[in-house]
Design a protein around this ligand. Structure first.
Ligand code: LIP
Length: 286
């Protein structure tokens, strides 16, 4: 696919955002080096937020809105604070200030600042930055996927029997489905084990799970109950790395649907989808 911007300033948008994300990374690293963070909870005891999440989101939105006043924002902590999700044709930044907040609170170095860009409701670019490992993943539609400026490629694995899958029990879903969710999650992981997968890994961050697929380290990832800000940026990176991103049911991916399946190849994606029990959510926006 050839890089064909759908907005004449797309490159300018992404270049500016990349510099801002690296600046936010310094803020996160400094906080990560403190012995502990002040932690609050949101929807449940497993849904954490810290003042660093809020400070990073403010830095990103203030910086981008000053540079690009007509742009719109969908930010995890703004939405948590009551902001309405405005999903329009305007250039829209979809932001998770710290994806993997629980890892951040526990000082587990698998966290990511996620900034996705959508124009006319099409995901056009993604930046996923782990400021602790200093790994910056980036992609623009038609331009390829990169880690610290070097090209990355998804594996070509088409077999579940050779697959490492990124998956957790998704405990956050108990707030929606009660303990019945555990039966679904355990059944899905059991079916994958019976299908002969090589193993499960979960990095505690949707974005890190997805860039592991993009760089070919893992072969698949599925999660229910995630949000647009968890997956918008890494979805572009997986696709531009030659991977596949769909709805877990096999339907086309919808960034607002609260579920995602990323895989190295369409064959693996289809086989993984076929052994899963699915759940549905109200879309976050239409
Ligand atoms: C996290 C996701 C993760 C999910 C967690 C949480 P956050 O995002 O990246 O995949 O399992 O429940 O939603 O809240 O740390 O930004």
């Amino acid at each position: 696919m050839v890089f064909q911007p759908i907005h004449e300033d797309e490159q300018k948008f992404v270049d500016f955002a990349t510099i801002l994300v690296q600046k936010a990374g310094t803020l996160v690293r400094n906080a990560f080096e403190q012995t502990e963070s002040k932690v609050d909870t949101k929807l449940s005891d497993t849904d954490l937020v810290t003042e660093t999440d809020q400070a990073v989101e403010k830095l990103l939105i203030d910086g981008l809105s000053k540079e690009f006043p007509d742009h719109r924002f969908i930010g995890e902590e703004s939405v948590a604070g009551g902001a309405k999700i405005e999903w329009t044709d305007a250039p829209t930044w979809i932001i998770d200030p710290i994806d993997g907040t629980t890892n951040f609170v526990h000082r587990i170095p698998m966290i990511a600042i996620c900034v996705g860009l959508a124009i006319k409701k099409q995901l056009r670019a993604g930046i996923v930055y782990n400021p602790i490992t200093r790994e910056l993943y980036s992609a623009q539609v038609g331009n390829g996927a990169f880690k610290n400026g070097f090209p990355i490629k998804a594996s070509k694995n088409e077999s579940l029997k050779k697959a490492i899958l990124c998956q957790s029990l998704g405990l956050h879903n108990r707030v929606y489905f009660g303990d019945a969710w555990l039966d679904v999650a355990q059944s899905n992981m059991r079916n994958e084990a019976l299908a002969g997968v090589r193993g499960h890994r979960s990095f505690g961050s949707a974005a890190i799970n997805m860039v592991m697929v993009a760089q070919g380290s893992c072969d698949g990832y599925v999660e229910y109950g995630i949000h647009a800000w968890d997956v918008a940026a890494p979805a572009v990176i997986v696709l531009e790395a030659g991977g596949c991103v769909i709805d877990p049911t096999g339907a086309p991916f919808n960034v607002m649907s609260r579920k995602v399946l990323a895989a190295s190849t369409p064959v693996l994606a289809k086989d993984l989808s076929s052994i899963l029990t699915h759940v549905t959510f109200e879309p976050e926006a239409i």
